[in-house]
Design a protein around this ligand. Structure first.
Ligand code: ADP
Ligand code: MG
Length: 369
């Protein structure tokens, strides 16, 4: 027979407060330096101070992330902007409409959790909510894949089917999304037409090179023909050193060529590749990186239907400062702060010595000597 032992009314205090044991190596108590070999000042602040972005426009906002050329960063943008929106508190569904070359699940680290896709939903093999993969880090972010990797666009799957899907997502009583992001395949064939059909707005991703720009221009025309008037662009893989050496087109040049409002400028950053391979989107990195901050700012502008100004790359400065922190202010305030920066301040330009050039990336730098 079981005998129930009463819990001791006066438990041994050492049970609650175990005696202090010195660690075997006292030096291990020293906190590790998070920036071991870096000579750069850490980026200390990510989110804008004092306020949250105000959601403009009717929800859900259905945004297609597109480009003409492949490999310019559509999927990277979808993952990072999508998770930034989720971190800002919005409900987000990201649809991977790149059927043959699906890889949004990989970038998000969700590949092992995709059991069902839209194909099974349409065949009646599962419910829509079973095909939605909820991110464990941010539960208000969900991924939806159209089909299994390496499969072709299912026969009969076209714009109408995607519109039905978007309507079904809108009609959900719980977890009705604020944003539906559609990761578009490259090119301008059937997959592209399908992906843009339900969208009301588009984010055109381009790199500052002539092939990408020519394709982007063509895609802009097609989006407009489809009735999508709200088109903003993200210029990705920008290298300010190359712009200075006149080996790369400046963001200003890109904007003049495409004539589109600028949602964000993302620097070339090896951290993007690292985060892609780890399945851990860049915007979740701690400490944050410039490219991560730039994606976050682009998400902020998307929420508020805002855009940023491209500014000229300035001369290399002379004086440097020891510590500084990035304060990402309202995009509309960036220009004022930029103009107000004293000439003898740190305006240096490189990866993490934050400077006036950061304004070119839409970041506003709060600096102190
Ligand atoms: P797309 O979806 O347009 O085909 P991806 O988002 O898959 O393009 O990106 C293609 C490759 O470019 C990936 O390996 C990605 O890591 C890399 N990449 C994208 N943006 C950047 C960046 N800003 N800096 C460095 N590498 C990048
Ligand atoms: Mg892609």
């Amino acid at each position: 027979m079981l005998s129930l032992q009463p819990f001791p009314s006066n438990p041994n205090p050492t049970f609650l407060n175990p005696p202090f044991k010195p660690p075997p190596h006292p030096q291990t108590l020293k906190p590790p330096n998070p920036y071991p070999k870096s000579r750069h000042a850490p980026i200390s602040s990510v989110l804008q101070w004092n306020r949250k972005p105000e959601l403009a426009g009717e929800t859900p906002r259905v945004v297609v992330i597109t480009s003409g050329k492949g490999g310019v960063g559509k999927t990277t943008t979808t993952a990072n902007v999508g998770l930034s929106l989720a971190r800002l508190g919005f409900f987000v569904v990201a649809i991977d409409a790149d059927v043959g070359l699906r890889n949004l699940d990989l970038l998000l680290g969700l590949e092992n959790r995709v059991n069902y896709t839209v194909v099974e939903v349409l065949n009646g093999d599962c419910r829509l909510d079973q095909a939605l993969v909820r991110d464990k880090r941010w539960s208000n972010f969900e991924l939806l894949c159209i089909s299994k990797p390496r499969s072709k666009l299912p026969i009969g799957f076209g714009g109408k089917a995607l519109v039905w899907l978007v309507d079904a997502l809108k009609a959900r009583e719980e977890r009705s999304p604020d944003f539906i992001l559609i990761d578009c395949p490259a090119g301008i064939d059937a997959g592209f037409i399908t992906a843009i059909t339900p969208a009301n707005e588009a984010v055109l991703v381009t790199t500052p090179d002539i092939t990408s720009l020519r394709d982007a221009d063509r895609v802009t025309g097609l989006l407009e023909c489809d009735g999508i008037r709200d088109i903003k662009m993200i210029v990705n893989r920008v290298r300010t050193d190359m712009i200075k050496g006149e080996d790369m087109m400046s963001v200003l040049d890109v904007q003049e060529m495409l004539g589109l409002p600028l949602l964000g400028v993302i620097p070339e950053d090896s951290e993007v590749i690292r985060s892609t391979n780890r399945g851990y989107p860049l915007v979740l990195n701690k400490p944050p990186t410039l490219a991560g901050l730039a994606f976050e700012q682009a998400a902020w502008r998307l929420v508020e239907q805002d855009s940023m100004k491209a500014v000229m790359v300035e001369e290399e400065p002379k004086k440097r400062v020891k510590t500084m922190s990035v304060v990402t202010l309202l995009p509309s305030e960036s220009q004022e702060l930029y103009d107000a920066m004293p000439e003898d301040g740190c305006l240096s330009l490189c990866k993490r010595d934050l400077c006036k050039s950061c304004c070119n990336l839409g970041l506003t730098v709060h600096w102190r000597a």
